[in-house]
Design a protein. Structure first.
Length: 466
């Protein structure tokens, strides 16, 4: 081998070592970035047997990334549900909590039992009216709290739609830049890191799948194939508050169709299904209370108001929505409203106080509370049970929604974390490996430098001999 050839080989080695050192340095600097793919040199061998760096390879494990995105979307959906109902669930309480509908109803029944045994005692009459009022006030509060939570979730939902649209737009812009970069270049690898970061963020909001094109661009689509990003074009999502429909462009992708997982799917499920059903359950409880005391009150004519009213009106099936927020005690038993407390014993339309020792009407009220009621099957609760059993079932069902979402979220969070760790191990930076590479770089640099130094000495010796 000639001196010139040896010099060229050593010089090429130094250049490759320099590029390698730069890559390792960047790898170490980005070791904590989830979206950074470890860089390695792409090399070719010349006819002289020299390894020449001709590009950069970015490590990526597509399979683990897809699995991580899927699990992340499942986790954030459950997290959205648990978070959305948590404040309301705290207000609702458990069956044994003093302020729960079940406990308030039990207190009222106990006061009616006491009144049945001592119908002439005004203080016992007052206690029964007050405990009835506590049920109405409790339902008002729960309905208001549920509505507040619903509005908060709806606002978060609209913010999620905006964030998804921004991410889709960012992906489309990255596609435009990727198409104008060379494969296996540092610029391409950096853009792919940015793309990975955007897709990681997107997976928190929706489930999706991707296709990577030959020019490096990434198409994003729903799991059933509708494209959300195609080359450098993105298709905005829109949520119609009135209809509850989510569209991408003109296509309906409302969960569970189109998208089924992610924070956005969980928020839509809350607003469209879970919270309206919770409201219906409360409204059905209020309806049953109103109708029970209308039917059991012998003093009433058709259309008259009983102990419980719809803001002073008798029950109207057309006004069932939001009834729990409007239920209140009849003014006829409230002395401060010109009523007579004794009507809890005698009936709402009693013109004058009845026999002080008569418990007939009170017994009718108690029988009505104990009797099986017919409830709307749309509540997904038992449809032929007593009020107390319905109240207990309501609390159990609504608390179970929160508890189930929290349990699912915890399990999925652990699974997503495990997959992310595996993904990072496969494509991320291992500091120990990079430090080992630095030692190899140092050795390679020293070897090539030694060759050049030796060649220089040989040339100097030859020149001196001339």
């Amino acid at each position: 081998m000639s001196i010139n050839s040896a010099y060229n080989i050593a010089n090429t080695g130094l250049k490759s070592t320099g590029k390698w050192a730069e890559l390792v340095s960047n790898n170490i600097a980005n070791a904590d970035s989830d979206s950074y793919g470890r860089r390695t040199l792409s090399k070719t061998t010349t006819a002289m047997g020299t390894a020449v760096a001709n590009g950069v390879n970015r490590a990526v494990d597509q399979s683990l990334t897809r699995m991580y995105h899927s699990e992340l979307a499942r986790m954030t959906r459950q997290d959205a549900i648990a978070d959305g109902v948590s404040a309301y669930a705290a207000s609702l309480g458990d069956v044994d909590d003093p302020s729960s509908p079940a406990a308030l109803l039990t207190n009222f029944q106990s006061d009616l039992d006491l009144l049945y045994n001592d119908p002439s005692d005004a203080s016992v009459q007052q206690a029964a009216v007050q405990s009835a009022g506590a049920i109405a006030t409790g339902l008002n509060t729960l309905s208001r709290d549920l509505d507040t939570s619903l509005k908060e979730v709806r606002n978060s939902l609209l913010a999620s739609v905006d964030e998804v649209n921004k991410l889709l737009s960012d992906v489309a812009l990255l596609n435009q830049r990727l198409e104008n970069t060379l494969p296996n270049s540092q610029q391409r690898a950096a853009l792919e890191d940015q793309m990975g970061d955007k897709l990681n963020q997107l997976a928190e909001f929706i489930d999706f799948r991707t296709e990577t094109n030959g020019n490096g661009s990434v198409d994003v689509m729903t799991t059933d194939g509708y494209r959300l990003v195609e080359d450098d074009a993105s298709f905005d999502l829109n949520y119609n508050v009135g209809s509850g429909v989510l569209t991408a462009g003109t296509v309906d992708i409302t969960p569970p169709n189109g998208i089924a997982e992610g924070r956005l799917a969980g928020q839509i499920e809350l607003v469209n299904d879970i919270m309206p059903q919770m409201q219906l359950q409360l409204d059905e409880f209020a309806r049953a209370l109103i109708q029970t005391f209308e039917a059991a009150d012998a003093s009433l004519a058709a259309g008259d108001t009983g102990l419980f009213t719809d803001e002073g009106l008798a029950y109207d099936p057309a006004r069932i929505t939001g009834l729990a927020s409007r239920i209140e005690i009849n003014d006829a038993v409230l002395p401060e409203q010109g009523g007579e407390i004794s009507r809890i014993r005698d009936g709402m339309n009693a013109v004058t106080p009845g026999p002080s020792g008569s418990a007939i009407q009170i017994g009718a009220f108690l029988d009505g509370l104990d009797a099986a009621q017919t409830f709307d099957g749309a509540t997904s609760l038992p449809t032929n049970v007593s009020l107390s059993d319905y109240a207990s079932a309501l609390i159990a069902d609504q608390q179970n929604t929160r508890a189930t979402a929290e349990k699912e979220q915890e399990g999925l969070a652990a699974s997503a974390s495990s997959l992310n760790s595996a993904r990072l191990n496969a494509q991320g930076v291992n500091i120990d490996t990079e430090l080992q590479d630095l030692l190899m770089i140092e050795q390679a640099y020293a070897a090539n430098s030694k060759v050049i130094s030796t060649l220089n000495e040989m040339i100097d010796s030859l020149l001196a001999a001339v």
